[in-house]
Design a protein around this ligand. Structure first.
Ligand code: RET
Length: 260
């Protein structure tokens, strides 16, 4: 298996699909580079370096998959190790960054990140085992996913400390993207050869690549669209606190944003 992991095998249509995925992720790298290079923005407040991890790590992971690195077979299935490593690193950033936007209490963000990592790790177990263990791991992963969504949709708004209308709007855009797009991943898993085999290996590669690019690149673009939040001169309006929940202060402490 170690031999499988280390010997690259370029070729096949999967490789071409992952090549397109790599290019897609590079678009996200360009978008975050613009944010980092914009002198009018406070890159520290925007945590743009963390945001960069999302497309950059994925681009590396897709480049590895294009080269056939990290692929191994278990129980007759091809498993992309680089994909799970990518998910393990980048999905917690997607979840954590949405919390950062409205300054959610650290303990709550860590809870969501922990559930997310549990979901990916147990998902990997489900993918690489068979029988009862596989379905047990799938159930644990799905449960962690549902509890994580509860934290994002219920706890995050309650424990948000900075809820100017603009921040709230960006948060909702990012959070809702996670809530909607991510639901398709377990469905694709079930339909793939690892699940019920309704979709071929190539079909699964195409679907997951499309989903990964859709979950990451528009995320960076939405932050770019709302970059005004992180302008140096906006600090004063975005630093107040709210114990009562995300909805309570809407419209009170900053001029209404018009763009969306
Ligand atoms: C698995 C299978 C086990 C059950 C569940 C899954 C969920 C995976 C998710 C992945 C999200 C990935 C993203 C990648 C971005 O590039 C592991 C497929 C619940 C939700 C957003």
């Amino acid at each position: 298996m170690i031999g499988d992991l280390l010997s690259p095998s370029v070729g096949g249509v999967d490789s071409a699909v992952y090549g397109v995925g790599t290019l897609g992720m590079l678009v996200g790298v360009v978008v975050v580079t613009w944010l980092l290079r914009d002198d009018a923005l406070d890159a520290e407040a925007g945590r743009f370096r963390y945001l960069m991890v999302i497309p950059a790590f994925a681009a590396l992971s897709y480049a590895a998959m294009t080269a056939g690195i990290g692929v191994f077979s278990v129980n007759g299935y091809e498993v992309e190790g680089a994909r799970y490593l990518d998910w393990l690193v980048t999905t917690p950033v997607l979840v954590g960054y949405a919390g950062h936007v409205v300054d959610v209490d650290r303990s709550v963000v860590l809870g969501a990140v922990g559930l997310d990592a549990t979901m990916i790790l147990t998902g990997f177990v489900a993918t690489t085992t068979a029988g009862t263990l596989r379905w047990g791991a799938f159930a644990v992963s799905s449960l962690a996913f549902l509890v994580m969504l509860y934290v994002l949709f219920v706890q995050y708004p309650r424990r948000a400390n900075t809820t100017t209308p603009e921040r709230k709007r960006l948060f909702l855009r990012l959070r809702n993207q996670v809530g909607v797009l991510w639901l398709l991943y377990p469905v694709i898993w079930l339909a793939s050869p690892v699940g019920f085999g309704l979709v071929s290996t190539l079909g699964t590669a195409m679907l997951v690549t499309f989903m990964d690019v859709a979950a990451k690149v528009p995320y960076t673009w939405v932050v770019h669209e709302h970059r005004g939040i992180f302008r140096f001169d906006r600090e004063a309006t975005s630093d107040d606190h709210d114990a009562g929940g995300l909805g309570d202060r809407a419209g009170r402490d900053a001029p209404a944003a018009t763009a969306d």
